[in-house]
Design a protein around this ligand. Structure first.
Ligand SMILES: C[S@@+](CC[C@H](N)C(=O)[O-])C[C@H]1O[C@@H](n2cnc3c(N)ncnc32)[C@H](O)[C@@H]1O
Length: 325
């Protein structure tokens, strides 16, 4: 057991090192946002979700609270596997879980997340709240785990991809991503996709640029993770968080900017990297869409749009798609 764990930790570190190297070799330099979520990152993201400026959380929560009946009625199944990609702490999903239990739906909840830590906490909280809920946590990468689950059972599936996680991909990458989900599903299966909508640019920027600096701490925590896990010597105080929103393309981008000319050594790569003063690294994309663009994404991936569920202020949409029967 111990050997297996060590080997898998070593290989995860090797993959992390490879991804960091690939990102830092590019121009502009970039770091993959999926590595934000270590234990500290999970904690900071939970704080972000409850910030007043982070409207995404309340908008999606409102959709589930006020339209859960309609969501379930549109799906129409009473037996299914409920698979969630990037479940996190499952805060909003719990509204759906509670309703499905109340309606005596037969389902197993299978949350997938790259952070085993966040899944263990989620499993514990679910067992405490609903001891009878069937839960099978799936630590790992989205597609590896989705592929495994789709081979394991032929039951109808409802896949959740919430919280605007799809926005972390460029529209081009999102098309490939959504097509890969389509390929893992059987005809009649559903995808409920949470997407952040284009809106007042100030509202968007404020959500990623909070005055308390929680988003900045979350982004800069990635440097601490590289220091700890890859033996690097990033001086966090010499980098700052910067956010932009382009209302034409809908791209919201987080950068980490070097405030001086400096070198950083990464032991696991046995290599040093030069940062010029004010050189920016891209760390996260949060792409915004309008409903027409979402309809196109669905059609290009092969799905039928069953219904768009939006909040009252039309900040956010949970769009229910089906693989044609
Ligand atoms: C922005 S949080 C959203 C959590 C939740 N879906 C919500 O709406 O509140 C993204 C979650 O996806 C997970 N994640 C990111 N990239 C992943 C990947 N490639 N495979 C599996 N999980 C991933 C992270 O660990 C994190 O818990």
């Amino acid at each position: 057991m111990i050997t297996t764990h060590c080997t898998s930790t070593q290989s995860q570190t090797a993959v992390f090192a490879r991804d960091v190297l690939n990102g830092l070799k590019q121009f502009p330099k970039r770091l993959p946002s999926k590595y934000f979520y270590d234990t500290k990152g999970d904690e900071l993201f939970q704080q972000i979700m409850h910030m007043p400026e982070y409207y995404l959380m309340n908008s999606e929560l409102e959709i589930f609270q006020s339209q859960k009946q309609d969501i379930l009625a549109t799906i129409g199944h009473t037996h299914f596997d409920l698979i969630e990609l990037g479940a996190g702490d499952g805060y909003k999903t719990k509204v759906l879980l509670e309703y499905f239990l109340q309606e005596k739906i037969h389902f197993t909840y299978e949350p997938i997340d790259i952070s085993a830590n966040v899944l263990e906490q989620l499993e514990k909280s679910l067992h405490q709240r609903w001891p009878s809920l069937n839960v099978a946590i799936q630590p790992g990468d989205y597609f590896k785990m989705l592929h495994k689950l789709s081979k394991e059972s032929a039951r109808p599936k409802l896949v959740l991809f919430l919280g605007a996680n799809i926005g972390n991909y460029t529209p081009q990458e999102a098309r490939v991503f959504l097509r890969s989900i389509f390929d893992e599903l059987n005809p009649g299966d559903y995808l409920l996709l949470g997407v952040d909508l284009k809106k007042d640019p100030k509202v968007i920027l404020d959500a990623y640029n909070d005055p308390a600096g929680i988003t900045a701490a979350f982004n800069l925590n990635l440097l601490s993770r590289i220091n700890r896990e890859l033996g690097a010597n990033f001086e966090k105080a010499q980098f700052k968080h910067w956010e932009t929103y382009n209302p034409v393309t809908g791209a919201t981008k987080s950068y980490i900017v070097s405030t001086c000319d400096q070198h950083v050594f990464i032991n696991a790569l046995n290599r040093s990297f030069h940062f010029s003063a004010w050189e920016a690294m891209e760390v996260e994309l949060s792409q915004k869409y309008d409903l027409q663009e979402i309809n196109s994404l669905a059609a290009e991936a092969g799905f039928i749009v069953k219904k768009h569920f939006t909040d009252q202020q039309e900040c956010f949409v949970d769009s229910l798609w089906q693989k044609p029967v």
